[in-house]
Write a protein that binds this ligand. Structure first.
Ligand SMILES: NC(=O)c1ccc[n+]([C@@H]2O[C@H](COP(=O)([O-])OP(=O)(O)OC[C@H]3O[C@@H](n4cnc5c(N)ncnc54)[C@H](O)[C@@H]3O)[C@@H](O)[C@H]2O)c1
Ligand SMILES: [Zn+2]
Length: 269
């Protein structure tokens, strides 16, 4: 059987490099980015320019759309250009070229205000584990409580994905990614990090399963976290619809005193 043609926007970035490393030989993979990716054909163009990105979509089966400004603190102008216009352009170029599916890197920030404000998620994110009463409901992938413009932009991406699936039959899988850290020496330095960690192999697995799932899946939004003991977002939809089976668990111990970390960043900005 021929390999699936997969275009990865943002292939040169952090998550893109994981996709290239774990999945680059399984698919006929190429990139679309501002800078080249070693070992892959890369179409160099800015996502905010539809005419410039269009040629990269010819003959692609699946587009994995990672290219974006990934900062929670990203200012509005950058969110608008790179993430909102950029995602519209990716969907429009995909529709024009007859791409069958877009896999979209969404984010936990889309519901970032829930753990910032509500019990028992807040206590888990504050590290006050003795106050947590189990069982508690996991946060649904239907919820939308953005904590920043970045999250609003990602919510737009999920929304236009729903439109393009309904209107044009373009399958769209949005993965609300947790936190991907440098490996092998990963350290959780953010509140909420133990809850939201997504290991490299689990990230590769959930993206691979999103590429391979039958097109009849249509539209779905899932959370992308490892099988963390302190997880507060549901991954049952990803397990049920995509067959995702995480292999890793961040455990329940911070690898440093997060309260004294300069990198400390609460989810709600
Ligand atoms: N890393 C995480 O923990 C995490 C968590 C949640 C969601 N995400 C999402 O996953 C995706 C990848 O994140 P990352 O951590 O790899 O970020 P990154 O900054 O390392 O990579 C992003 C890539 O996109 C490219 N890019 C950005 N704007 C572009 C534009 N206008 N045109 C063309 N290319 C452009 C960059 O050159 C870069 O190679 C992003 O969409 C991010 O929002 C990441
Ligand atoms: Zn946020």
């Amino acid at each position: 059987m021929d390999k699936t043609n997969v275009l990865v926007t943002g292939l040169s970035g952090g998550v893109g490099s994981i996709v290239g490393k774990f999945l680059g030989s399984k698919y006929k993979m190429s990139g679309l980015d501002l800078s080249p990716s070693q070992g892959f054909k890369t179409h160099i163009a800015d996502l905010s320019n539809l005419d410039a990105i269009r040629p990269a979509f010819t003959n692609q089966d699946v587009v994995v759309h990672l290219g974006a400004d990934p900062r929670g603190e990203a200012p509005w102008d950058s969110v608008l250009k790179n993430n909102i216009v950029g995602t519209y352009n990716v969907l429009e170029a995909s529709r024009e070229a007859g791409v069958k599916r877009v896999v979209f890197a969404s984010t936990n920030h889309v519901v970032g205000y829930i753990p910032a404000t509500q019990t028992p998620y807040r206590e888990i994110f504050e590290g006050e584990l003795d106050k947590v009463r189990r069982p508690f409901p996991l946060i649904s992938s239907n919820a939308v409580r953005p904590c920043c413009y970045y999250a609003v932009g990602k919510s737009f991406g999920e929304s236009i994905g729903s439109l393009y699936n309904d209107k044009y039959g373009l399958s769209f899988i949005g993965i609300r990614i947790g936190g991907v850290l440098q490996e092998p020496d990963w350290q959780v330095r953010q509140k909420g990090g133990l809850s939201m960690w997504l290991s490299h192999r689990d990230a590769a697995q959930i993206i691979e399963r999103s590429i391979d799932a039958p097109y009849s899946v249509g539209f779905t939004i899932v959370y992308g976290m490892s099988g963390n003991s302190l997880r507060v977002h549901e991954i049952e939809t990803a397990e049920k619809i995509l067959g995702y089976k995480p292999e890793d668990d961040a455990g329940d111990t911070f690898s440093c005193d997060i309260h004294n970390q300069p990198e400390y960043l609460n989810i709600a900005h």
